[in-house]
Design a protein around this ligand. Sequence first.
Ligand code: SF4
Length: 358
Amino acid sequence: MSTEKKWTQVEVVALYNKPIMELVYEAATVHRRYHDPNKVQVSTLISIKTGGCPEDCAYCPQAARYHTEVKAERLMSVEQVKAQALAAKARGSSRICMGAAWRNVKDGPEFDQVLDMVRTLNRLDMEVCCTLGMLTENQAQRLSEAGLYAYNHNLDSSAEYYEEIISTRSYNDRLQTIENVRKTNITVCSGGIIGMGENIADRANMLITLAALLPQPESVPINALVPVPGTPMEAMETVSIWEMVRMVATTRILLPQTQVRLSAGRSNMSHEGQALCFFAGANSIFAGDKLLTTPNPDINEDLAMFKTLGLNPQKPFEKKKQPETIATEAAQYHALGERPQWSRPGHSIGRNLAKQQE
Ligand code: SF4
């Protein structure tokens, strides 16, 4: 299947709504054409800087304006991150994703420390991913020179529904950051969340946007909303396993070569439900008992599930060769002290404002 097919919303909604046996069969067929169906990539997410975020993402307990149990913490040290990465590697993770609750990257000592983390983890022969918010092309180049393998920047939902969940930045800001990453050697990881009150057309539109990025993202995480008390989405109903299966299968068909990652919400899914997602084309998971701040299955439980299903963890750099880490003295890109004008669209979201004022 060509990755250059232009999908329409009508086609994708029809695909998503197909009888589930037909949809899963079609997705599994595509999956086998491009991937080993018995291999699953295992990533570990480390929250290197938790909470205190200035953004107003309605689903996120790390937003400073909501009253959740998440306490703001300072940026972790390089040694702390290295110790966690080594422990994750010993348990079969091939990739470390470092998440910082920032609106955007700012040149300075904290970003320099993150660059050190990237250099250190790349030398452990693990795929290194970061999710740090919006970043400029120069900052992306600096991460690339440090040896970053992937940058995560989720679209979350459709452009239309994005305005119902976040008021402090625009969809175009997201696309701009992805474009900045694409100008480097770093691979792109971008996906979304279902269960935030969006409709199927929104899910389809998000996938159409991702599928139209050329090249398509190398990795697409599919999250099910975990409603966290204190956030504007605390009362949302959790999505059913069937919605996850449909979303994974549709993603697999639209983005045949990408790694489709089962992300947040996995702790609510049975092994049978996850097996159906793997059959429908999911080939990556996040491991570890926490996903930033929300619960996730214990690694031993995941290893037991892998054994039952005959799945094997994918080795690092099977899809793309390991990036080189350029020594700081030899780097071409340096801090520019940029102050980019990421947009603040100036619109407000009643649900978010109400929760903030509570
Ligand atoms: S999702 Fe990211 S940007 Fe949004 S509030 Fe949470 S940490 Fe901040």
